[in-house]
Structures are given as structure tokens and as C-alpha cells.
Design a protein around this ligand. Structure first.
Ligand code: IVH
Length: 661
């Protein structure tokens, strides 16, 4: 790359990173995920290192964080909150240890390794044993006073066991379970979900209402004392914090060789999935505070500590072309064809680009070298782009105007990130709708797989759902189709006949109403009793359904009002589709309720657990705001106290027996 190309790339990267920083510090949420952000930043740093003359004094690479928001009072830190340098390989680690040892003129090392929690850094001040203030990192010099919100964090004592004054540092994070719950709720309310627990924690700490913060369930782990303690060792400091009743990062270990440090890092790479919260690496810190003082700081980070970043399961490949596909709901999904690469043992040739908003945020061009990741999902995704590898003639990827299948104009609603085909007769939508309709959880029609569905659509046999039930009148024509014999046609037609009496909840699910999954379909079906009742379903009834938010109510109501859908339902009824009513099982009627068992009971705790779980209860081990009941036997202690504080219904064994009978 020559200097002119580097200049262009640096400009582009700077603009993007500045935009993401603004989003993050103004809204508490950034439009690309951390991986994409880090990838852009590392390219910028790489280019600035190769072309030092192009480094701008106000380049985003020179900042520790960003600007503090105006929303909270800005407070100057007594001690700046710095960042850490990163290590990505064993060699990096060895070099770091060597440089530390040579600066200290010794050939041993005494370090403390700690897991690196992926949340947001916080500075916490206690005065004479009482919590006084909590400040976010902000730009490292000035942060936001978020004391009211931090006070809601359950595991932070607001009074210490001793009347000491301390300035502490720690990480606020959202446990994975809480994150999933919040996102489920957001999706239900048609709000965009948080991208990851870190963003959720950052968004939460900036909320104006501490009550909402309290409900979200943030947690805190401390990892440093920056003022108020004259000890010689960091490890001692952390033990001292624990003795005061403070929550301290429990996964820490003293290490005295490169091998031990490396072992700690690789162990946690493998064990991180078992933790209830996200971690993104290991922090390695010198234990001796005198040694720390001797080493000091660079302008951005301490020389006495560094972060080992976990290897992301990520590879690079080149985009050869992009295809747009239309799913059952009409959403257009761009999928990149890639030069085949190996990723976690499988060959990857295609990866999703999610939507055109994501494409433009990342600035993807055809021919770009991109980073491909396989997260928890089965489908690989493109998480970043290496703009330094961009071919000269590469063209930006532009969103299509028309549906690639039926050529009708694509629509994008204001609040939506997706482009959508809204032509209900679009063959791609029909294909997706039919595949969903006949699926196992839906009408469960065997012998009607996606290739047969496609054939029947293409040959004009099926134009809508009802046509499936009219196929029996076209037996002779079906027999003319390639690959169809007497046996296969009979099998297909009899599977179609059998499907007419599936339970009603399967049919409601099969209709593919937006926002209505299996559980919601069951709730609707219990209320309906029989299929014709669907046509007279009103808003009042829908609003009264358990767990139905306004988005679901609106979605079902609009679906039922739509003429085409009404015709389809009537057509199904006329064709003899008569689903079985859903049996209301009394067995799991406490599904969704959480109970905690405590104290000495007359029957074994396991027996109670079994009995309650059979009724649908979730039996949890600790009392929280999510607990609905506490089953309390004799000598109930701290759990009873907590339940009373949180207004949880406390039941004796007799009372519980009455409730479940
Ligand atoms: S020590 C001078 N210890 O990682 C900074 N940081 O990339 C000393 N973090 O800003 C930080 N867990 O927000 C330290 N056990 C841990 C940590 C930790 C998470 C975060 C923290 C810091 C960032 C540095």
C-alpha cells in the first residue's frame, strides 16, 4: 500500500471510528459490534504505525475512551482511568515478560492473573466505610457520576465492615441470563435488542431511572485499589477488600513464571463458556506495588499490567459475490459467497451479511477481504472488513430496489433495518410460507419437503395454503410429474389428509403470524377452542392473553383483519381442515413461576423440588427480584430475610400444599 492509499484508508477508518464513538458515548450503544470496532481500530493503528507521518494528533487511536455524556454530572477522576495494552500470542506474552524483567533487572516474575470481565470500568469511592460515589471511565480523565444507578447493584455493600476510605476500580457487567431476559422482553416489545451483555450493561448504567436499573440486575466485581491503602502487594489488597465484604473478582491466581501465566490464559479460554458472565481475556498484573511504581505508565496504559486477549474464532476470506434471498416474512437477507475457507473444522463458502444497514455501516465492497466468525449460530457471519486489502476497482455494495424474485419494489419501514418484499404473491414468500406451514411444528405434513413445494409452486399446483388441500382432486396430473409414482402421490395425499386434524395450536403456529411462536400459538388456541373462532378474535380478547404485549396483539389483530388471510382460513375450513382443540393441561400450570426452597422441611427438599418442577415451577437456589414464592421451613435464615425485603410471597409447607392443590 502506498502513502496515498494509506492516507485514504486512514481517513475512512477515522471517520467510521469517530462515528461509532459518538454513538457509543451519546446513546450508550454502538451500531456495530465490538469485534467490528476492534478490527477497524487495529487497522488504523497498523496503518499509523507503518506511516507515522499520517498520524493525526486527534486520531481516535490516541484516545482512551470518548467524551462523557452530558446526561450525568461530569466528575474528574482523582487518578486517571487508563486502558491496558493487549497481547494476542504466546510470543507477545514472552516479549512482555522479558521487557518487564529487563526493566526491573531481574529474571523472575511475580504476577497476579485475573479473568478480564467484559463489562464497563467503574471507579468507586468509599469514605469512612460508606459508599460515596461511582464514576464511569468516560475519557479516562473525566467520567459520569452514576452513583444513583450503581447504588442499585445488589452485590455492592453500601457500608463496609470497617470505617475506611478507599478509591476502588472494578467492572460492572450484566450476567448472561439477565441479558437474555432483557432481550427477550425487548424483542417482545418490538425494540431492537442489545447486541451483547457489555452494550446492555453500558446502556443500563446510563439510564435515567435507577428503578429500571435495579430491575436489570447489574453486578459488580472489583479488581483494584487505587487509593487509601498502604500495602506492598496487589494480592493482599484484593484479600483485604474481600474481608471488608466487597465483591472481588474471584478468578485470580498468583503466577511466578511465563508457563504458569500462559496456562492460566489457555485454561480460561476453554472455561470461559461456563461462567455466568462474559470475559474477553486475562489481565496480568505485577503483584508488587513497588515494582509497579518502578515501571510506571506510558501515556495510555500502565507498563506493569497487560491484557491477554482470547483468540476469536475468526478467519479472513474474500467476497466473490453477494446474493439476496427473500424469506417467508419477505425480509431480504444479503448472503456473501466467499473464497472457501476452513473455520472450526468446516469449510465455509457463504456467510450472512445480515442486512444492508450493516453492509453500509461496515462499508463493504464486492472483492473485499472480510473477517468471518462462527459464534453461537450455525450460520457464519461477516463481522468486519479489512479495508487495507481492498482492490482498487472494488465497488461498494448497493442495496437492491426490487425483490430479486418477483421484482416488486422493496420497502423499508422507518424503524426497521431490513428491506422487505410485501408482495404476498411473491413466489419466494409463498415458498417460505408453505415450508413453514407444512413443517413438523406446524401442520406436520410429511413428504412435502422444500424441493417438492418448489416443484408444486413452479408447476402451478399451489398458489396458496388452501391449494395443498385441493391436491387430491389433481391426482392424475400429479402422477404426470417427474419423480412422482402411485406410491409417492398416495403417501403425500394421505399425509395431507392426516394433517387436517393436528392440534389447533400447531395450525395457528403454521399460519406464520409475525411475532407468534409456538408458545403464543398455544395460548391463542386455548382461548379460541376451534378454528372458526380465529376470524372473530378481537383486540380485547388478545389484550387479555397471558404474556401478550402490544406488538403481538397488533400483529395478530392485523393478520386476522387482512382479507387474504381471512379467505385462507375460510378456505381451510371449507377444505375440511378441523384441528383438534388444545387440551388444557392442569399439570404444568405454574410454568413461568419461580420458587426458592429454604429451611428445614417435614418432607425432603428433593421431593418438594421434584413436585414443584413437575407443576412447571422453576426451582431457583437464591432469592432475587425474579422469585415469585419462597417455600420456607423451620429455621429459614437469610433467604427468608431477603424474600421479606423484596416482598416475595412466603409460604409454609401447608400453604404451598394448598396452593398447588
Ligand atoms: S486492571 C489500568 N483487571 O479491562 C487499567 N481490568 O482493557 C487496569 N477489566 O479498563 C485495569 N477485568 O475495564 C483490570 N481483572 C481486571 C479486569 C479489567 C476487566 C477491564 C477494565 C479495564 C479494561 C482494560
Amino acid at each position: 500500500m502506498d502513502i496515498l492509499q494509506a492516507e485514504k484508508a486512514i481517513k475512512e477508518l477515522t471517520a467510521k471510528i469517530n462515528q461509532f464513538n459518538d454513538e457509543y458515548y451519546e446513546k450508550g450503544e454502538c451500531s456495530v459490534d465490538d469485534t467490528a470496532y476492534d478490527l477497524f481500530m487495529s487497522q488504523l493503528i497498523g496503518l499509523e504505525t507503518s506511516f507515522p507521518s499520517l498520524q493525526n494528533p486527534d486520531s481516535p487511536s490516541q484516545r482512551v475512551g470518548g467524551l462523557p455524556t452530558e446526561q450525568f454530572e461530569n466528575v474528574r477522576h482523582n487518578h486517571p482511568m487508563l486502558s491496558l495494552s493487549n497481547l494476542y500470542s504466546e510470543q507477545d506474552l514472552r516479549n512482555w515478560i522479558d521487557s518487564v524483567q529487563s526493566k526491573l533487572e531481574k529474571n523472575t516474575i511475580s504476577a497476579v492473573c485475573e479473568i478480564k470481565i467484559d463489562g464497563l470500568a467503574i471507579s468507586i469511592i468509599f469514605k469512612e466505610g460508606v459508599f460515596i460515589q461511582a464514576i464511569t471511565r468516560g475519557n479516562g480523565e473525566v467520567g459520569d457520576d452514576v452513583s444513583a444507578n450503581v447504588k442499585t447493584i445488589q452485590n455492592l455493600p453500601l457500608k463496609l465492615k470497617k470505617e475506611v476510605s478507599l478509591e476502588l476500580r472494578g467492572e460492572i457487567y450484566l450476567p448472561k441470563e439477565k441479558f437474555n431476559k432483557i432481550n427477550q422482553f425487548k424483542i417482545k416489545s418490538n425494540e431492537p435488542p442489545f447486541k451483547n451483555p457489555r452494550n446492555a450493561a453500558a446502556g443500563t448504567i446510563r439510564l435515567k431511572n435507577p428503578k429500571t436499573v435495579a430491575q436489570r440486575g447489574l453486578e459488580l466485581l472489583l479488581y483494584d485499589v487505587v487509593d487509601g491503602r498502604d500495602s506492598l502487594f496487589h494480592s493482599e489488597n484484593l484479600n483485604y477488600l474481600e474481608s471488608l465484604g466487597l465483591p472481588v473478582n474471584p478468578h485470580r491466581q498468583k503466577c511466578s513464571s511465563g508457563e504458569e501465566i500462559l496456562q492460566f490464559c489457555t485454561d480460561w479460554q476453554n472455561k470461559k463458556k461456563n461462567l455466568p458472565f462474559d470475559i474477553d481475556g486475562v489481565v496480568i498484573k505485577l503483584d508488587s506495588l513497588q515494582e509497579r511504581q518502578a515501571l510506571g505508565f506510558t501515556s495510555k496504559s500502565p507498563r506493569w499490567a497487560t491484557a491477554w486477549k482470547f483468540k476469536a474464532e475468526k478467519v479472513t476470506s474474500k467476497i466473490t459475490s453477494v446474493e439476496n434471498s427473500i424469506g417467508r416474512t419477505g425480509i431480504l437477507t444479503p448472503v456473501a459467497n466467499l473464497v472457501p475457507i476452513q473455520l472450526l473444522g468446516t469449510e465455509v463458502k457463504r456467510a450472512t451479511l445480515h442486512n444492508y444497514e450493516q453492509i453500509s455501516r461496515l462499508g463493504i465492497h464486492v472483492g473485499d477481504t472480510v473477517y468471518v466468525e462462527k459464534g453461537g449460530d450455525i450460520i457464519p457471519k461477516i463481522v468486519g472488513v479489512d479495508i487495507t486489502q481492498r482492490p482498487e476497482d472494488a465497488k461498494p455494495l448497493v442495496a437492491p430496489i426490487e425483490c430479486p424474485v418477483c421484482h416488486s419494489q422493496l420497502i423499508k419501514e422507518k424503524t426497521d433495518v431490513d428491506l422487505r418484499c410485501i408482495n404476498l404473491s411473491c413466489p419466494a414468500i409463498l415458498q417460505g410460507t408453505l415450508e413453514h406451514f407444512v413443517s413438523k411444528k406446524g401442520m406436520d405434513i410429511q413428504f412435502l419437503g422444500s424441493s417438492i413445494v418448489r416443484l408444486l409452486i413452479n408447476e402451478g399446483f399451489i398458489k396458496n395454503l388452501v391449494d395443498i388441500y385441493n391436491l387430491k382432486e389433481k391426482k392424475d396430473e400429479l402422477l404426470q410429474l417427474e419423480g412422482f409414482g402411485d406410491k409417492s402421490v398416495n403417501n403425500l395425499l394421505s399425509a395431507i389428509e392426516t394433517s387436517k386434524t393436528v392440534p389447533l395450536n400447531q395450525l395457528v403456529y403454521a399460519l406464520g403470524i409475525r411475532h407468534i411462536g409456538e408458545k403464543a400459538a398455544k395460548i391463542i388456541s386455548i382461548t379460541l377452542g376451534e378454528l372458526p373462532a380465529l376470524l372473530s378474535l378481537d383486540k380485547n380478547t388478545l389484550e387479555g392473553l397471558q404474556d401478550f404485549g402490544p406488538i403481538m396483539v397488533e400483529s395478530v389483530f392485523n393478520w386476522v383483519q387482512n382479507e387474504k388471510n381471512r379467505t385462507a382460513v375460510l378456505g381451510l375450513i371449507r377444505a375440511g381442515v378441523a384441528p383438534k382443540p388444545v387440551l388444557i393441561s392442569n399439570n404444568r400450570r405454574f410454568e413461568g413461576s419461580t420458587v426458592v426452597i429454604t429451611g428445614t422441611l417435614s418432607q425432603s427438599r428433593n421431593l418438594w423440588k421434584q413436585r414443584l418442577e413437575d407443576l412447571g415451577f422453576k426451582v431457583a437456589s437464591s432469592v432475587s427480584t425474579n422469585t415469585d414464592y419462597l417455600l420456607a421451613g423451620d429455621k429459614a435464615g437469610s433467604k427468608l430475610k431477603k424474600a421479606q425485603e423484596l416482598n416475595v410471597t412466603v409460604l409454609s409447607e401447608d400453604e404451598m400444599t394448598q396452593l398447588i392443590q
